[in-house]
Design a protein. Structure first.
Lengths: 308, 247
């Protein structure tokens, strides 16, 4: 099979209204087999609604959605067997144990991975008999990942997976998600954390006010929308600014503290600065670079910060 | 089906772990039954009226309390599960929606049955008069009544906005129903306005059916009660399947 067969998810013209509010306004994108695809944007942008329409938990007003070749609403049960789902802000029964939750989930699917090994791998082995209510935020999220993986799914949905976790727990979960991809699964996630998207996703779709603004790999998005890089050179050399100015296609400014800023859009800006510093034997006490991130791309494309 | 039994068994275990779960739902009705019986039992030979109370009214009251307990606890648990996103999480599995809800109804029916059994056993030992009811008929009448009342509970659970409202709304709805159901005061002696009200209260038909079967009436005398309860079940189930919210 070729073409569409290599796409895990196809969404076109998706619309969803709640009363008079349009939550998702004509969203189209594809998710390829075996990639980590991120839907990124601020809270309220329509990420979760979009994801829940794709999962089949919610019925879209308009548009076409195909997941693993199935219609998520019409073929809901056939699809549930082949995908794993982690919902945003979900809870389990307060007094259910980790072991019981995993056993219940395993009993609901035909294909099931070894629950014991899964808990071991997710670092929950010693929490097997703990009640859900006694788990920490990170442990709860890892349990939800375990439940999403219990049926050895082809496609995993992760909605705001690391919200509310400390940086250490967040990093551990990122490793887990990369592990899912390494086993050949497709991951579709949402996040409002640009750092998370940048580090984890092969491709991202930026969504704002219910519309997709752009789709690409994080690096390509940055290159296309925010090509400008800055090199900051700290030096006491009075001639430095003029010498650096000789480089082609750069803007150079200096402040009173002796920090010279060289801005440019060339890929080889840094090489050029290093070359120039060496050629003129400029004594440098500090050398820093400022590279734009997805955060900057988001600001540029939407005119507002992702946190607003 | 496998999912249904697994979920039901799991919910039973979880319920037993609730600090006040067993106490409130199983022990209390038994204590009320034995306590009421004892209080009245001392004068049982001197009053035929009291004897009548003990023979049918107190047991039917206890049975109704058990049923209402189950309904209130169902309303609360559905509201809590919805608010916590548990219903939504369970729904994003191969479990069918009706399986999830059926499991909860089964849990309530099972706990009600256990409570009844304990009450009957305690009654044999401590209740002042021997109870001689047609058990098979009573069980059938009770099942019809409970399922019908549970369907009202589901409608309430569909409509209450948050878990915090579930218990008070349920209580405020069901206990006044009990008051005009003819259990405490014969309906004929109620003020005429309340008599009208009582005809629109589903519990009235449940009480009438249960008490009738309890004292040995034929089922043919209670076709109207059964029909009313079936209509209530049909209407509430149809309405709640339209307005039920999973989140």
């Amino acid at each position: 099979m070729s073409g569409p067969a290599s796409l895990a998810i196809q969404v076109s013209g998706l619309r969803k209204r709640y009363g008079s509010t349009v939550a998702v306004d004509g969203v189209s994108f594809d998710v390829r087999d075996g990639e980590i695809f991120g839907l990124i944007g601020p809270n309220g942008a329509g990420k979760t609604t979009t994801m829940e329409c794709v999962e089949g938990v919610r019925t879209p007003d308009e548009g076409r959605v195909s997941v693993l070749g199935l219609d998520p609403v019409r073929d809901a049960y056939a699809l549930q067997l082949r995908v794993g789902v982690q919902l945003q802000e979900a809870q389990l029964q307060k007094r259910i144990t980790v072991r019981e939750a995993v056993a219940l989930w395993a009993s609901l699917y035909r294909a099931s991975t070894d629950p014991r090994a899964l808990l071991e791998q997710l670092g929950l082995a010693d929490k097997r008999d703990a009640w859900f209510m006694t788990l920490s935020g990170g442990q709860k999220q890892r349990l939800f990942i375990a439940l999403a993986l219990i049926n050895d799914p082809e496609l995993v949905f992760l909605d705001e997976l690391t919200t509310g976790l400390d940086p250490q727990a967040r990093r551990a979960i990122w490793d887990l998600v990369r592990g899912i991809r390494a086993r050949g699964k497709t991951v579709f996630l949402t996040t409002h954390l640009m750092e998370e998207a940048e580090r984890l996703c092969d491709r991202v779709a930026i969504i704002d006010h219910g519309r997709i603004v752009d789709v690409d790999s994080p690096a390509s998005l940055v290159r296309r929308h925010c090509p400008e890089r800055t090199v900051l050179v700290s030096t006491a050399d009075p001639l430095a600014q003029a010498q650096l100015q000789e480089m082609a296609g750069v803007i150079v400014t200096a402040d009173d503290a002796g920090v010279v800023a060289i801005r440019g859009t060339h890929d080889d800006l840094m090489t050029g600065v290093i070359q120039c510093v060496a050629d003129h034997r400029i004594r440098v006490t500090d050398f820093r670079t400022i590279v734009p991130t997805l955060e900057d791309v988001f600001l540029k494309l939407t005119g507002h910060s992702v946190r607003e | 089906m496998r999912g249904l039994w697994n979920l039901t068994w799991l919910e039973i275990k979880i319920f037993v772990r609730e600090p006040l779960g067993l106490m409130g739902n199983i022990i209390m009705p038994v204590l009320v039954f034995v306590g009421l019986g004892r209080m009245m039992g001392g004068r049982v030979d001197s009053s035929a009226r009291l004897r009548g109370y003990l023979d049918a009214d107190v047991p039917v009251l206890v049975v109704m309390l058990i049923a209402l307990n189950a309904v209130l606890s169902l309303v609360t648990i559905i509201a809590i599960y919805r608010e916590g996103g548990i219903l939504k999480r369970l729904r994003a599995t191969p479990l069918r929606p009706h399986t999830i809800l059926t499991a909860h109804v089964l849990v309530k029916l099972i706990f009600s049955a256990v409570t009844l059994l304990l009450t009957a056993v305690a009654g044999r030992r401590f209740y002042p008069v021997a109870i001689d009811a047609p058990w098979l008929g009573v069980t059938a009448a009770l099942l019809i009544s409970t399922i019908s009342i549970l369907s009202i509970g589901f409608l309430v659970a569909s409509l209450v906005p948050t878990a915090r409202f579930a218990q008070p709304v349920g209580t405020a709805l069901f206990y006044p129903m009990l008051a005009v159901s003819g259990l405490f005061v014969p309906i004929a002696t109620l003020p005429s306005a309340l008599q009208v009200v009582s005809h629109f209260v589903p519990l009235t038909y449940a009480v009438s059916l249960l008490r009738g079967i309890w004292i040995g009436d034929a089922w043919s005398a209670h076709v109207g009660d059964v029909a009313a309860l079936v209509v209530v079940f049909g209407v509430c189930t149809a309405l709640s399947s339209r307005v039920f919210r999973w989140e």
